[in-house]
Design a binder for this molecule. Sequence first.
Ligand code: ADP
Ligand code: ADP
Length: 227
Amino acid sequence: MIRFKQVSKTYGENLALRQVNFEIKQGEFVYLIGPSGAGKSTIIKLLTREELATSGQVIIGNTDLSKLKDQHVYKLRRQLGIVNQQDVFLENRTVKENYQAVLGATGVAETEWLAKIKRTLDLVGLAAYLDAYPRQLSVGQKKRVAIGRAMLNRPKILLADEPTANLDPKTAIDIMRLFFRINRQQTTVLMATHDSTIVNTFMRRVLELEEGKLIRDQAAGNYNVFG
Ligand code: ADP
Ligand code: ADP
């Protein structure tokens, strides 16, 4: 489903990824770990085609992203759900209206909007918040709304960048339960994180980067091998 073959990425002089190889199967849950600057965001940006690999191949399904024409990038993005580190919403719009903006932008017929929105709010446990404004939500609820927004079109792959940063431990655990619920429905989840407690509590496959190199690919790994 996702394949990196000898992928290197440079930004000018900066070598961000060095000959990275891995494969992720449909339905897997994978943590992407490593210190700041290790290359985690670069991997996510290569998958969304915000960036192109300098060499090697990034493949999603049957598509080599370096060969994907710009006018077809929207088809790739429809298969991806993205949860950024910062949850940015239209602040003067309700949850429903925020979701409508995404459905409109991705070309979903208006007759399907309300059903998709309700189904998604059920998934993230916020059925009662259809008409709430972002400012009325707690940090954890905002994160749920953001995860729902990423799931509106039921993507095959969910990419999440540090989704438990800034959450208290109990809320972080609730958010992880939501990711696992999504993952059980066959969505592949790739989660970049620094949260060692979460990685060590909910052990899953770990891809570890250090200075752009993939130094570990381990099933049910700890945050620190010797930790
Ligand atoms: P992480 O997400 O693990 O913190 P990044 O993928 O953001 O790591 O960064 C990997 C390396 O690439 C770092 O050295 C970073 O400074 C560099 N880098 C990332 N984006 C850019 C950019 N747009 N221009 C120049 N260097 C960049
Ligand atoms: P993170 O660790 O979450 O990736 P960063 O602060 O490293 O956050 O990066 C934030 C943004 O800045 C990213 O989009 C990254 O690509 C970009 N960036 C990182 N390093 C550089 C750099 N040296 N030059 C230009 N942009 C960079």
